[in-house]
Design a protein around this ligand. Structure first.
Ligand code: AHR
Length: 519
């Protein structure tokens, strides 16, 4: 801190003395403080959400054991191989809204004995329940991800939820553990992350926060900690920036009964839920609108954290942003209930900027899950028969994985504005961390679609000699990867950063994400 105070005034002086024209020429100033850093960026901020919705599971991860698409036990291998590379730390399932209609016993045992259901929330389509608890746990195992299960509090009983926990986590002889053994799994999986309901203010039961928090106490009470398997229970938190919901939960739920509170925040480019705008056909108005609304995540976190801080100043309760991302109109011709959307460079910029916000809030945000992994909303991958394409958002998660479990380095950034139609947002956002081998990574995003921005970075207590980097950009902000042109937007190596004296000078191209490694 002493060092920061030492350096920062110099920085301010140099900024203030610069002629105003230097900002018009697009220059940003960054100070990275390597001193006094102790906050770990939880790897779980890089988590994913995969609901039984549209072709997220069926036709996505799950192709079935008889498919001619390469699979292991019905799980699609090209997806697994691609996702293993980006180290997804945690995977949330089965919903979403689906969670509060899901009865887990429908999805266990021999396939031909499983009962079919209608997927009530997502198009009333038939669901044969061939992907259930054991299959989800196998998927997590293949990915190397921790499972995060959302229990049914909306239409399920307390007994049902408590037995699901026992099926997953108990090693004590009982009818439920016998059932697991009959289904081929001897030892418990020891699931940690447990959601008690989902969007209980809406599709999860249309509850008031007072009613939900009472009910939470009852359900959570019967979700037991089995030996060696303590649960991290997560309450269903606010819809966006609903302060009252958070306030009631923090007040009414004993803090030793919950590990975290969730929060859902979606970016709608138009600001209009009835017509969210196309994923690929948009102009600068929706480019700007989407970025502006995505950056609002920072305000939402600040506001929600302020409420949590009143009740939990020591920050023991985690904020879990377990649904986030851009939500556009579905692709023309697709089933509108399947929420199938393409994914452009704009969406990658949203992902990168949001992850920078999460990194910088690592003291409270301990987990986040992008909605929704495959074929649904802001997906990492899209599939079509045997074909699979990785989206621009996938590459952001690839580049940013260096921040997982690294130590956050606080920074001060003075950015020029990107202005459109009389409104402005900061053109540049950033976060920085130091990994366990001492390498410092800085992730930088330039949202301005037409200006290169020069970033002059000074450091406190960071010594380095070499810089290397990776960039994600493309000719147009609406460029995307299709089955016909799968590598239009992909990461490449970056040579626009150099050492000048003690300073790092970066030429950050328009509409780009850059991650630098300083050694
Ligand atoms: O992600 C799609 C839906 O959005 C989820 O099912 C629900 O939780 C949210 O409203």
């Amino acid at each position: 801190m002493k060092k920061l105070l030492h350096y920062f005034p110099l920085l301010l002086v140099s900024v203030c003395l610069s002629p105003a024209i230097s900002f018009a020429q697009s220059e940003a100033t960054l100070f990275v403080n390597g001193n006094d850093s102790h906050q770990i960026i939880s790897k779980d901020i890089y988590g994913m959400f995969s609901e039984d919705l549209g072709q997220g599971i069926y036709g996505g991860f799950w192709v079935g054991k008889k498919s001619d698409i390469p699979n292991k036990d019905g799980i699609r291998l090209d997806l697994v191989n691609a996702f293993k590379k980006i180290h997804i730390p945690v995977l949330r399932w089965p919903g979403g809204c689906f969670a509060d209609t899901y009865h887990w016993k429908d999805g266990i045992g021999p396939e031909d004995k499983r009962v079919g259901i209608a997927n009530e929330d997502w198009g009333m389509v038939p669901d044969n329940n061939h992907f259930g608890t054991n299959e989800f746990m196998e998927l997590c195992d293949m990915l190397g991800s921790d499972p995060y299960i959302a229990g049914n509090m909306g239409s399920g009983t307390v007994q049902e939820m408590s037995q699901w926990v026992a099926y997953l986590n108990s090693d004590i002889p009982s009818a439920i553990t016998d059932l697991r053994k009959e289904n081929g799994r001897d030892k418990p999986w020891k699931v940690q992350f447990w959601g008690v309901g989902n969007e209980s203010w809406g599709c999860g039961g249309a509850m008031t926060p007072e009613y939900y928090s009472d009910l939470y106490r009852r359900y959570a009470n019967f979700c037991k900690n089995y030996p060696g398997a303590p649960l991290k229970k997560i309450a269903s938190g606010p819809n966006g920036n609903d302060i009252h919901w958070m306030d009631v939960l923090m007040k009414n739920i004993p803090h030793n009964m919950m590990w975290g509170v969730s929060l859902h925040y979606y970016t709608i480019a138009t600001g209009n839920w009835r017509d969210k705008g196309s994923a690929t056909q948009f102009g600068e108005d929706q480019y700007f609108g989407a970025l502006q609304r995505a950056l609002n995540m920072k305000t939402v976190l600040n506001d929600q954290e302020a409420v949590m801080n009143q009740y939990d100043p020591q920050k023991k309760i985690a904020l879990v942003v377990d649904e986030w991302g851009i939500w556009t109109n579905p692709e023309p011709g697709s089933n509108p209930a399947f929420l199938y959307q393409q994914n452009s460079l704009r969406d990658a910029l949203i992902a990168a900027s949001t992850l920078n916000i999460f990194n910088n809030h690592a003291d409270r945000v301990k987990m986040a899950c992008l909605a929704q992994t495959v074929n649904v909303l802001q997906a990492l991958a899209l599939t079509q028969g045997k074909k699979m394409v990785l989206t621009p958002t996938y590459y952001v998660f690839d580049m940013y994985q260096v921040h997982q479990n690294a130590t956050l380095l606080p920074l001060k950034l003075i950015s020029p504005d990107y202005t459109f139609d009389g409104q402005s947002i900061p053109a540049v956002n950033a976060s920085a961390s130091r990994d366990s081998s001492g390498v410092v990574h800085i992730s930088l995003v330039n949202l301005d679609p037409s200006k290169t921005i020069t970033i002059k970075t000074s450091f406190g207590d960071v010594s380095w000699n070499q810089v290397s980097g990776t960039i994600l950009t493309s000719a147009h902000f609406d460029d995307y990867n299709s089955f016909e042109d799968p590598y239009k937007v992909k990461e490449a190596s970056f040579s626009g950063a150099k050492k000048e004296g003690n300073m790092l000078v970066v030429q950050l191209p328009p509409k780009s994400v850059v991650v630098l490694a300083l050694k």
